[in-house]
Design a protein around this ligand. Sequence first.
Ligand code: XMP
Ligand code: MG
Length: 179
Amino acid sequence: MHNDIEKVVISEEEIQARVNELGAQLTRDYEGKKPLVICVLKGAFIFMADLVKRIEVPMEMDFMAVSSYGASTESSGVVRILKDLDVSVEDRDVLIVEDIIDTGLTLSYLINILEGRKAASIKVVTLFDKPARRSANMEADYKGFVLPDEFIVGYGLDYAEEYRNLPYIGVLKPHIYSK
Ligand code: XMP
Ligand code: MG
């Protein structure tokens, strides 16, 4: 285990098993369709890579990078698009792949944007859901794990851009935050 990690919250095996289940469910639900699967960078990139291998329907993929305005760790709800999609979402069945939903503000803003661009349908799959601090009226259509309000890292999720490469989900030792 990485030296900075206090405890492992979800093991690599548990994540893989749940990702396989989500993939099977999405395969059934998108049968006969050709979804446009959108990865929200950076946090969702590992989940995206593992999940799409388990969705056995024809699909296209695109990537979008967003960031909340301001330096605060709290989501402001105003999202800045750092990298926009390359392809049009018009008349497409869009599946947004997110790492984690906390307040829900980032995602509700993103959905607003894509609705304005006339997607045929928009669904959200998130690997992690932290409902405790939800302020936007926002529920994912598919979720991997519901977690308490605790800051997690690993499997794509970072603290100050570190720890994304950990294959499990963990909580950092408290002294890391006071560095
Ligand atoms: P919302 O708008 O739903 O923001 O409040 C979701 C975004 O906040 C980040 N986030 C986390 N990142 N560990 C992380 O590494 C966490 O526990 C965590 N909680 C929220 C993340 O970027 C997510 O997309
Ligand atoms: Mg994110």
